[in-house]
Design a protein around this ligand. Structure first.
Ligand code: HEC
Length: 169
């Protein structure tokens, strides 16, 4: 007897692969969001751009707003990796501008001289840079003025500053 081994019907296969896709999305999205937020704190984006990303004056000079930045994902990744020459936005890629390395804007510290951006306090791996950029994109960029919900998402409900925010509403 010949048993014909047909594959699953196309529709079933499609449904199964969609399920696998969504399950893997939720498995991966959560830890990555948490990683992005912890890097935003640890790499001290928060020190210059503030918790809400609105930026403003700080010891690092005038940090631009990450809420209103028009930059694409690729451009955001570039700025975090390479910093911005001539400003206080630091570079986070360990090898940037070192020796003959010209991965950043085709430049190294020899060619940029004083315009070489400062190095970050903590260097980041590429996947951490992507995680923090996606955190910015999903929680900060294009979000309008920071509100109570944003505050609680960042600091938690018990935070005094969020309570104050709720009162002043
Ligand atoms: C020492 C202070 C400092 C730290 C730390 C810092 N930044 Fe910045 N950042 C700046 C300044 C200053 C600028 C403005 C540069 C300019 O004038 O073009 C800037 C600009 C940027 C821009 C460009 C925005 C635009 O619209 O052009 C992005 C994106 C950015 N920072 C993201 C980050 C992220 C993410 C982190 C953490 C990994 C971080 N920055 C850490 C000071 C800082």
């Amino acid at each position: 007897m010949i048993v014909q081994r047909e594959g699953l019907p196309v529709r079933k296969r499609l449904i199964i692969s969609l399920c696998v896709f969504f399950v893997s999305l939720t498995i991966h999205a959560e830890p990555n969001a948490r990683l992005g937020k912890s890097i935003y704190k640890k790499a001290n984006c928060v020190g210059c751009h503030k918790w809400h990303g609105g930026g403003g004056g700080s010891y690092g000079g005038l940090a631009l707003s990450l809420r209103t930045t028009p930059l694409s994902r690729e451009a955001l990744i570039l700025v975090v990796r390479c910093g911005r020459p001539g400003t206080n936005m630091p570079y986070h890629m360990r090898q940037a501008y070192k020796g003959a390395n010209r991965e950043c804007y085709g430049s190294n510290s020899a060619s940029l001289g004083d315009a070489t951006p400062p190095r970050a306090r903590y260097f980041l791996r590429d996947r951490d840079i992507v995680a923090v950029v996606d955190y910015v994109r999903n929680n900060i960029q294009g979000r309008g003025a920071p509100n109570y919900g944003d505050c609680v998402a960042f600091w938690g409900e018990e935070a005094t500053r969020c309570k104050r925010m709720a009162q002043s509403k």
